[in-house]
Design a protein around this ligand. Sequence first.
Ligand code: R5P
Length: 310
Amino acid sequence: MKLVAGNANKTLANDISKYLKIPLTDCLLKRFSDGEIYVEIHENVRGEDVFVIQPTSYPANDNLMELLIIIDALRRSSARRITAVMPYFGYARQDRKSAPRTPISAKLVSNLITTSGVNRVLTLDLHAGQIQGFFDIPTDNLSAAPVMVRDISEHYDKDKVTIVSPDAGGVVRARNVAGRIGAPLAIVDKRRPRAGISEVMNIIGEVEGQSCILIDDIVDSGGTLVNAAKALHEAGAKEVSAYITHGVLSKGSTERIGASKLKELVVTDSIRETEAVRKTKNIRIMSIAHLIGEAIGRTSTEQSVSSLFD
Ligand code: R5P
């Protein structure tokens, strides 16, 4: 078995490598002066089961292209099986035609990854479960829920917690966490008048006096979260925190979250943390390296991956 890391999240790749006690494969990843990517694998991979760790996070296009080129290099080096390990799958939010004459980019990107010669995909909390079907190759969609539940149990009094979905689309995800800790569920009725802008319409469920914990797959601008936190406070919540799998946290989000009523935002390290994230006092990173590492190990030894979530 071999582990190859792209440039997108070297820290996570190193942590996975430590968990599995397998060193990262020596390879050269460089840019030519015109921006083209060049890859050289410096170890023999003939007949190997290779896992390429590369979330397609910001800069999404560069990281995606790097992933495709690494896979091509491995395929041409006679690797036996190649798994794209994408803890964050960029373009996932473009999973349907949102208006006439628009693309379904999530499907296009899935096709590109499959065509590059990968045999399997390992990912985490896809924006919509159905995206799994965009890949015509075996795809494992891991869930950060068990890691979140463990962390919530360590930091909160479970009897006073209400789990909240920040929109209708996230109800299944939030209900899963609520079920695991035996907490009630509330739902924020969110409206998105246009991309990047969100408005809270109503709150469904009892939140008064409760420690509300918002569960979501992505925090990007932070608008959804900050608006939901404000609305929950107005509805009488004692405090509001959030557990979100992917901290996209684009420009301006950390200031917005830092100045908000959120007690704490916990994100996983599926995306490399920036300096701005590190400096924001109410953002904490929770590692999923052991979860991904365990899933890689089980895939390699042909053991069940789903039983990780029982
Ligand atoms: C939307 O359906 C997603 O689950 C997230 O709620 C959304 O991507 C968060 O975006 P933002 O932080 O920009 O409001």
